[in-house]
Ligand binder design. Structure first.
Ligand code: C2E
Ligand code: MG
Ligand code: MG
Length: 250
C-alpha cells in the first residue's frame, strides 16, 4: 500500500540522534531513526514499524535504511571518529537476510564496519536463541558492533549478556524515567551497569530528559547517554554540523 509507494518515492527520511559520553559530553555515535513524510497518514515511527512488521514490509524498510545510512556515512563520516547505530528488525535478523543487505551496502559504500553498530531488541533473541546467537557471531566476524536495544522492557534475561557478544547495552527509557524517583530502579540500573562493565560491555541510557537524570546516570557509572535533554533526533544537515563542531574541540 502506502509503504511500498513511500519506498519507491523516497518519502522516508532518516533522522539522527547523538549518543554522547556522559563524562565529557562528546558525541561518540549517532542513531539512525526513520521518519515518514506522509501528508495523508499521521503515524509515529513506532506505529509505522509495527504495521510494517505485520505486513512483512519491514524487511524492505531495513534494506532501504541500511543502504541510505551507509551512503550517508560513506559521504560524510569517513574521516570523522563518529559511529552510526542502526535499528534492525526481528524479521531481518532471524531470516538472515540482514547479512546479504549488509554485504550489498558495504559493496556499494565501502566503509569500515567497525564504525557501524547494529541495534537488536531483546525479543528478537527469544524465539530462536541458537539461531540468533549464530547470526550475531557472523555479524561480529564481519566487523560490526552489536547493541542490545530496549534492555529491561521484556524478559531481560541476564543469560543473554554472557551468551552473546554484545558491545553495548541500551538501558530502556522506562528505567531512566524512574531513576530520580524510584530507589529500586536506580539500584537495578546500578547493578546492570556494574555487571556490564565487568563483562566489557558499554552502557547507554536511553531517553534522558532532565539534568537530574543525567547526573544520576553519570554517578552510577553509565558510559553513554541519549535523550531530548542533550539533543532530539535531527536531519542530516543539523547532525553533521553538530558532529563536526564537536570534533573541532577534541
Ligand atoms: P529505539 O531504537 O529504542 O529508539 C529510541 C526512540 O526514543 C526514538 O523514537 C527516539 O526518538 C526516542 N527518544 C530519544 N530520546 C528521547 C527522550 O528523551 N524522550 C522521549 N520521549 N523519546 C526519546 P522513534 O524515532 O519514534 O523510534 C521508535 C522505535 O522505532 C525505535 O526505538 C526503533 O525500535 C524503531 N525504529 C526507528 N527507526 C527504525 C529503523 O530505521 N528500522 C527499524 N527496524 N526500526 C526502527
Ligand atoms: Mg534503537
Ligand atoms: Mg530503545
Amino acid at each position: 500500500e502506502k509503504i511500498n509507494q513511500a519506498l519507491l518515492r523516497d518519502d522516508f527520511v532518516i533522522y539522527f540522534q547523538p549518543i554522547y559520553n556522559l563524562q565529557n559530553k562528546k558525541i561518540i555515535k549517532i542513531e539512525a531513526l526513520l521518519r515518514w513524510n506522509s501528508s495523508e497518514l499521521q503515524l509515529t515511527t513506532s506505529e509505522l514499524i509495527a504495521v510494517a512488521e505485520k505486513t512483512g514490509q519491514i524487511i524492505e524498510i531495513d534494506r532501504w535504511v541500511l543502504r541510505n545510512v551507509f551512503k550517508f556515512a560513506y559521504e560524510n563520516l569517513r574521516e570523522i571518529p563518529c559511529g552510526v547505530s542502526i535499528n534492525i528488525s526481528v524479521q531481518s535478523l532471524n531470516s538472515g537476510v540482514i547479512i546479504k543487505f549488509l554485504q550489498e551496502a558495504l559493496c556499494e559504500f565501502p566503509i569500515n564496519p567497525a564504525q557501524i553498530a547494529l541495534e537488536i531488541t531483546e525479543h528478537s533473541l527469544i524465539d530462536n536463541f541458537e539461531n540468533s546467537q549464530k547470526l550475531i557471531r557472523n555479524l561480529k566476524t564481519l566487523g560490526f558492533n552489536i547493541s542490545l536495544d530496549d534492555f529491561g522492557t521484556r524478559y531481560s534475561s541476564l543469560n543473554y549478556l554472557s551468551k552473546m557478544a554484545f558491545d553495548c547495552l541500551k538501558i530502556d527509557k522506562s528505567y531512566v524515567d524512574n531513576i530520580a524517583t524510584f530507589d529500586k530502579d536506580s539500584l537495578i540500573i546500578e547493578q546492570i551497569i556494574k555487571l556490564a562493565a565487568k563483562l566489557g560491555i558499554k552502557t547507554v541510557a536511553e531517553g534522558i530528559e532532565t539534568e537530574m537524570q543525567e547526573r544520576i546516570l553519570q554517578k552510577l557509572g553509565c558510559d553513554y547517554g541519549q535523550g531530548y535533554y542533550f539533543a532530539r533526533p535531527m536531519d542530516k544537515t543539523d547532525i553533521l554540523s553538530m558532529v563536526t563542531r564537536d570534533i573541532e574541540f577534541l
